[in-house]
Design a protein around this ligand. Structure first.
Ligand code: GLU
Length: 308
């Protein structure tokens, strides 16, 4: 079982469409099923009309699913139970660090500018915790002590993550009470029977944390494949402001789903440039080898797309 796990924070752009298409092709090429899970825990993703448009864009692309949509905002008790279990294992602690504290007191991660949490709030005494609680609500962090994992990514090959080194203790529930992406995603992938996660490679570094949560809760982990990211000419990942690359602009320009699917398939090296075919027809061309041969970042711009 594969999955779509979109966060409806705005209109889907071609980068999201690419990752969704790859996830769908990978599942369908193996005769697998798909589940659609809307990751709408964050306030910025709660607008149902944005989510409905996103779902319509998936359907328009010809990407079908067999289960869902499930809404994470309707599954909060599931995440609460998971965090309670982690708390009962004695593996969590309240963290009062502000964003500024984190950046001041933590070691930047060598490669990607994210930080490694140094455990600042781990050793607070019960009295200190009470005193701080009166001033601000804490987030809840999960201790990662010594967890290491090896797995084989379908694109990146063998991966070895050491959570102490790669991220440190991480947040499972934010100070505003919202369950963190790492926790909710890990729990849902396992509980929804997902066996294959295919997503953009900006999330490669999340995999170890998600496998750790699954391991602690006695849940199975899926396999992972982290597909290329579509980036703008200056190397930035595509964002909402690249409005000409979003599905709204493309659809109102009259681009057909077949041309868009063909173009996305050609970026992945599955078919030649200029191909126009349905997602169903593209399944026969799906190949992990072709995707492995791609750059991890694929530059796209509006001009390339105007040819679509
Ligand atoms: N909801 C996340 C996003 O849209 C993706 C989560 C995932 O694929 O694991 O960025």
């Amino acid at each position: 079982m594969g999955r779509f796990a979109p966060s409806p924070s705005g209109r889907m752009h071609v980068g999201n469409a690419f990752a969704s298409l790859m996830a769908w092709l990978a599942a369908r090429a193996e005769g697998g099923r798909m589940v659609l899970r809307v990751e709408d825990l964050d306030e910025r993703t709660r607008d149902r009309s944005v989510a409905e448009t996103l779902i319509d864009d998936l359907a328009w692309l010809g990407l079908s699913w067999d289960e869902g949509p499930y809404w994470q905002s309707e599954r909060v008790e599931v995440y609460a139970d998971a965090v309670t279990r982690l708390e009962e294992m004695g593996l969590t602690y309240p963290c009062f660090c502000s964003r500024a504290d984190l950046h001041a007191a933590t070691a930047p991660h060598a490669s990607d500018g994210t930080y490694v949490y140094q455990g600042t709030c781990r050793s607070l005494s019960p009295e200190e915790v009470e005193a701080r609680r009166a001033v601000r609500a804490p987030s809840t962090r999960l201790m990662v002590d010594g967890f290491e994992v090896e797995y084989v990514d379908a694109v990146f090959g063998r991966q070895h993550e050491v959570l102490d080194r790669d991220c440190g203790d991480f947040v499972v529930r934010r100070a505003d009470g919202i369950y963190a992406y790492q926790l909710a995603c890990a729990v849902d992938d396992a509980l929804m029977g997902v066996t294959q996660v295919v997503r953009g490679n900006d999330l490669l570094g999340s995999t170890g944390r998600q496998m750790y949560v699954q391991r602690l809760l006695g849940l199975p982990s899926p396999t992972y494949g982290h597909v290329p990211l579509l980036v703008a000419a200056d190397g930035r990942r595509l964002a909402k402001r690249d409005g000409d690359l979003d599905m709204g602009a493309l659809r109102s320009r009259g681009v057909s789903a077949e041309r868009l699917v063909g173009w996305l398939g050609s970026l992945a090296g599955l078919v030649d440039k200029g191909a126009a075919l349905s997602a169903d027809e593209l399944v026969a061309y799906f190949s992990w080898d072709a995707i492995r041969a791609c750059n991890h970042q694929i530059v796209v711009d509006a001009d390339a797309l105007s040819a679509v």
